[in-house]
Write a protein that binds this ligand. Structure first.
Ligand code: AMP
Length: 778
C-alpha cells in the first residue's frame, strides 16, 4: 500500500517497544503519560528511576519488566534518556517477529530541556534544581541520534512541541491491531542550534570542538545516512500522523507534513489555536457519550469550512473519559489529527507547560459570567486575574445557554503575558444537573440542541477573532523589511497574538529596556535623520496595537522625502510603538475607533485611559513623531490640536460638569506620532496602575499644551523635561501635593481631595472646566 498504516492480518496483533530518547526535561515521562491517559491499546511505562518499587533500579530490571509486559500483550515505553547507542542496544534486542521496536527522539532545544529540569520538583530521579543544567548539558554532548540500522522499524524525531503532540497522537490513537509503517519521520534540521543553545544557557561551559568548528557535522552525517536508509514507505511522506487511524489512507508522495495543508509555510505553532474544555459534562452532568458525539460533529463541521486553525480539547485529568471518547470518535471520522487533537493539562498553562500556543481559550462559564464555582471557570478567572473580570463586566449582561461571548484579554492579564492568550470565549452549555438552576431534567433532545449551539457559537466566535487577527497581521506585514527585530521576536514568540503582546503590562520594563538601548538608537537618529538626537525623547515602547505600511501621506512630495526618514525612524521606535502613527497615516482603516478625522488631526479615545475621560489628538503629519520634533513651522498644527482637544473637552463637560481637563504632551512619549493628551483630572481608571503612569501626567514631564505653544512661538522649541527621575518621583496628590505610599492609597485620596489645584495650573489656563464650576472651588 502507499499509505502509512499497515494493517495486514498476520501483523495485526504486534506489540511495540517504544524507546524514548531525550535529555532530562525533554518530556519523556509526559509523553508516556499523555499517550497512556487515553490510549487505545494497553501500554506499560518502564522507567529506571522508579523500577524498583518506586525507587531507582537497574537496566536489567527494566529489561526484565519490559519483556514481561510484552509477553502479556502490552506495548512498552522505555522511559530513559537513551542518548547513546550503547544505552539502548539491549532494549532494541527486545524486538522480534511479534514485537516492533520504535524510537521516539525528543530532540527539543537544549535550553528548554535545561530550564524545565531546573524548574521541576519531585522528579523521580531527583534531577532538578541547579545541578540539572550541567547534567543535561553533559548528557547532550554525548547524544548519538538513532539510525534504522540499529534495529528500529520506525524512528520519529520531534524537534518542537508540536512534533511531540503529533507523536503523542500517533501512539495514542494506535489501536491494538494497528501498526505504523517503517522509516524515519520528522527529521527536519541539524541540531547545531541546540548545541549553541546549551552554550548560551550555561555560558561558562566550553564549546566542544566539534560544535564550535562544525556544529552541523554530527547531525549532517546522520541526515545523509538516514536519507539513504529511508525505505520507500518512509520516503513517501512525513504525513504519518494523519494515518493513525484504523483505516488506510493514501498519502501523496513527497508531500510535506506541515506546510501541506496550510500553505504559505506557516509552522504549526503559528496556526491560530483554540483550546476548549468539554462543555457541560463536568458540573452540568451532560452524558459523555452524547457530548463527545456533538464535539466531534461540530469540530468536523467547523474544520470542513477550511479555516486555517487548530482546535484542542483539553482536560486536566489523566485518563479522562471524555478525551478518550472524543479521540476515538475523531479518529473514526478521520478528522485531521493535526487540526484537532486532545491534550491532558491545565487549560490556563498550555503554553508554559505544554509548549502549545493557544491564542484563544474557551471557558465553560456560568450564566452570570462570574468567577468562582470550580473547574475551568474558576481556573481561568483566577489565571487571567482581575483584568478578565473587569473586561467581562464591561461586556455586561449574562449568558444564555448555547451562547458564547468573546472577551479580548487586556494585555495586563497574566494569561496574556504568560501564555499569549488574547481572548477568552465564555460559553454556556445546557444543564443536566438537578442541583443547579434551570436543569433540563434529562431532556436530551433540547440538551443536545443547546450543546450543539454552544459549540457552534464558540467556533464562530473563534473564527471571527482569527479573522480580526489576520487582518492585523496583514497590515503588519506591509511593514516590510524595516520592521524591527523586537517586533519579529514578538511575532515569533506569540505569533497569533501579533503586536498586541507588548502593551500596557509591559510599559515600564519596555521603557527601561529601551533606554538601555539608547546609544545605538541615538546614532541612527543623529546620523541619518538629522534629528537632534535628544535621547530623552526617544521612543519608549508601550501599549500598542497594529502597525503597518507607511508613507501614505497626503502630499506626494513629502511622501518621497520622508520614505528614507521613515525607514530609519522605524528602526528607532519599537514596532509596538507605531500604532498611533499608523492610525494617523491611515485613519480610514481605523474609522470605527476614531471620534473625528480632520485634515490635520484625528481624535480617538486612549486605548488605556488613565482617567474617566482620556482622548488623544494625533497630528497627521509624517515625520512629526514627538514633541522634540516640533518647530515653528508646526505652530498652526499645534494650535489646531489644542483647539480640537478643547472642543472635545467641552463636549464632555456638557455631559459631566464635574470634570476638569488638562491638555498636554509627554516630554518623552512612548508612542510614535505627536499626540496631545486630553485627560480629565479625576484619574479614576483601572489603567492607571503605577508611578510612571501617574507621574507622566502629574510632574513636569507633562507639558501643558498652552505652554508648549508659547515656547514654540517664543523660542521655536518646546522645553522637554524628560528625565526619567521625574517618572519615579514619590506619588503626590496633584491638588494638595500630599505624598502617598502607593497607587491605591493615592487613588483613595484623590477621589476625595477637593483642595484647589496649584496656582501654576490655575493661572496659566492649563485647566479646562465647566464655566459654572470654577476649579478653585471644586
Ligand atoms: P505617550 O506616553 O504620550 O506616548 O502615551 C501614549 C498613549 O497612547 C498612552 O496613554 C496609551 O494608553 C495610548 N495608546 C497606546 N496604544 C494605543 C492605541 N492603539 N490606541 C489608542 N491609544 C493608545
Amino acid at each position: 500500500m502507499e499509505g502509512d498504516c499497515d494493517l495486514s492480518k498476520e501483523d495485526s496483533r504486534k506489540v511495540i517497544v517504544v524507546i524514548l530518547m531525550g535529555a532530562p526535561g525533554s518530556g519523556k515521562t509526559t509523553f508516556c503519560n499523555d499517550v497512556m491517559s487515553t490510549a487505545l491499546r494497553p501500554w506499560v511505562r518502564i522507567c529506571q528511576d522508579s523500577i524498583a518499587n518506586g525507587k531507582a533500579g537497574t537496566k536489567s530490571q527494566c529489561l526484565k519488566s519490559a519483556a514481561e509486559a510484552l509477553k502479556h500483550g502490552k506495548s512498552v515505553f522505555i522511559d530513559r534518556c537513551n542518548l547513546d547507542r550503547e544505552q539502548r542496544v539491549e532494549f532494541v534486542k527486545l524486538g522480534g517477529p511479534q514485537v516492533d521496536v520504535h524510537a521516539v527522539v525528543l530532540d527539543l532545544p537544549a535550553k528548554l530541556c535545561i530550564s524545565r529540569s531546573v524548574k521541576r520538583t519531585g522528579h523521580e530521579g531527583n534531577l532538578q534544581g541547579g545541578k540539572a543544567a550541567a547534567v543535561v548539558n553533559r548528557m547532550l554532548q554525548k547524544k548519538e541520534l538513532p539510525k534504522l540500522s540499529e534495529g528500529y522499524s520506525r524512528i520519529t524525531f520531534c524537534q518542537n512541541e508540536t512534533d511531540v503532540l503529533d507523536a503523542v497522537n500517533t501512539y495514542r490513537l494506535l489501536g491494538p491491531s494497528d501498526n505504523l509503517s517503517s522509516g524515519c519521520f520528522g527529521q527536519k534540521s541539524t541540531d547545531s542550534k541546540v548545541q549553541v543553545g546549551i552554550m548560551k544557557f550555561l555560558k561558562k561551559v566550553d564549546v566542544p570542538n566539534n560544535v564550535a568548528s562544525n556544529g552541523n557535522s554530527l547531525q549532517d552525517s546522520v541526515n545523509r545516512k538516514q536519507n539513504t536508509e529511508k525505505d520507500s514507505s518512509s520516503a513517501e511522506s512525513e504525513k504519518i500522523n494523519t494515518c493513525i487511524r484504523n483505516t488506510v489512507e493514501k498519502v501523496t508522495e513527497g508531500s510535506n507534513k506541515m506546510e501541506g495543508s496550510f500553505g504559505g509555510g506557516d509552522s504549526w505553532n503559528d496556526i491560530p489555536t483554540l483550546a476548549f474544555p468539554s462543555i457541560s459534562t463536568a458540573d452540568f452532568q451532560f452524558s459523555h457519550e452524547k457530548a463527545s458525539d456533538i464535539i466531534v460533529e461540530q469540530v468536523e463541521e467547523f474544520l470542513n469550512k477550511g479555516e486555517n486553525v487548530r482546535l484542542v480539547l483539553v482536560d486536566l485529568t489523566h485518563g479522562s473519559h471524555m478525551l478518550s471518547l472524543v479521540g476515538a470518535k475523531a479518529a473514526k471520522k478521520n478528522i485531521d489529527s493535526r487540526k484537532f487533537f486532545t491534550v491532558v493539562g491545565d487549560i490556563t498553562k498550555i503554553y508554559t507547560e505544554r509548549g502549545l500556543r493557544c491564542n484563544v481559550i474557551a471557558n465553560a462559564a456560568n450564566w452570570r459570567l462570574r468567577p468562582g464555582g470550580g473547574g475551568v471557570n474558576a481556573a481561568i478567572f483566577s489565571a487571567a486575574g482581575e483584568a478578565l473580570e473587569i473586561a467581562t463586566k464591561e461586556q455586561g449582561g449574562t449568558l444564555a445557554p448555547g451562547k458564547s461571548v468573546a472577551i479580548p484579554l487586556p494585555p495586563s492579564s497574566p494569561l496574556y503575558k504568560r501564555e499569549g492568550v488574547t481572548h477568552v470565549i465564555h460559553v454556556l452549555g445546557p444543564n443536566m444537573n438537578p442541583q443547579r438552576p434551570n436543569c433540563l431534567r434529562n431532556d436530551y433532545i433540547k440538551g443536545c440542541n443547546v450543546l450543539r449551539e454552544a459549540y457552534s457559537s464558540l467556533f464562530k466566535s473563534f473564527a471571527s477573532i482569527v479573522r480580526e487577527q489576520n487582518t492585523l497581521k496583514e497590515s503588519s506585514k506591509n511593514f516590510g523589511p524595516g520592521s524591527s527585530d523586537s517586533h519579529k521576536n514578538l511575532i515569533e514568540q506569540f505569533p497569533n497574538t501579533d503586536q498586541k503582546i507588548k502593551r500596557e503590562g509591559c510599559y515600564e520594563s519596555e521603557r527601561n529596556k529601551k533606554s538601555k538601548a539608547l546609544p545605538f538608537e541615538q546614532i541612527v537618529m543623529d546620523d541619518e535623520c538629522g534629528h537632534s538626537g535628544d535621547t530623552s525623547a526617544m521612543s519608549q515602547p508601550n501599549e500598542n496595537m497594529s502597525m503597518s505600511s507607511v508613507g501614505d501621506v497626503h502630499d506626494g512630495k513629502v511622501q518621497q522625502k520622508n520614505e528614507k526618514i521613515d525607514r530609519d525612524v522605524k528602526k528607532s521606535w519599537g514596532s509596538w510603538a507605531q500604532a498611533l502613527y499608523h492610525i494617523a497615516m491611515h485613519p480610514e482603516q481605523h474609522k470605527d475607533n476614531l471620534l473625528e478625522i480632520l485634515d490635520d488631526v484625528v481624535v480617538l479615545y486612549d486605548l488605556y485611559p488613565k482617567a474617566k475621560r482620556h482622548l488623544l489628538v494625533l497630528a497627521r503629519r509624517n515625520g512629526l513623531d514627538r514633541l522634540a520634533d516640533v518647530q515653528k513651522e508646526h505652530l498652526q498644527l499645534l494650535r489646531t490640536m489644542h483647539s480640537v482637544g478643547l472642543k472635545w473637552a467641552e463636549k464632555f463637560l456638557v455631559d459631566d460638569a464635574s470634570l476638569i481637563f488638562r491638555l498636554g504632551y509627554h516630554s518623552a512619549p512612548s508612542m510614535r506620532q505627536l499626540h496631545l493628551h486630553v485627560i480629565s483630572q479625576d484619574f479614576n481608571s483601572s489603567h492607571l496602575k503605577n508611578k510612571k503612569h501617574w507621574n507622566s501626567f502629574n510632574t513636569a514631564f507633562f507639558r501643558d499644551s498652552v505652554d508648549v505653544i508659547e515656547e514654540i512661538e517664543n523660542q521655536g522649541k518646546a522645553i522637554l523635561n524628560s528625565d526619567d527621575k521625574l517618572l519615579s518621583m514619590e506619588l503626590r496628590c496633584h491638588r494638595c501635593r500630599s505624598a502617598h505610599p502607593n497607587i491605591p492609597r493615592l487613588k483613595a485620596h484623590i477621589s476625595n481631595c477637593r483642595v484647589p489645584f496649584p496656582a501654576a495650573l490655575l493661572q496659566n489656563g492649563c485647566l479646562v472646566h465647566a464655566p459654572s464650576r470654577p476649579v478653585c472651588e471644586a
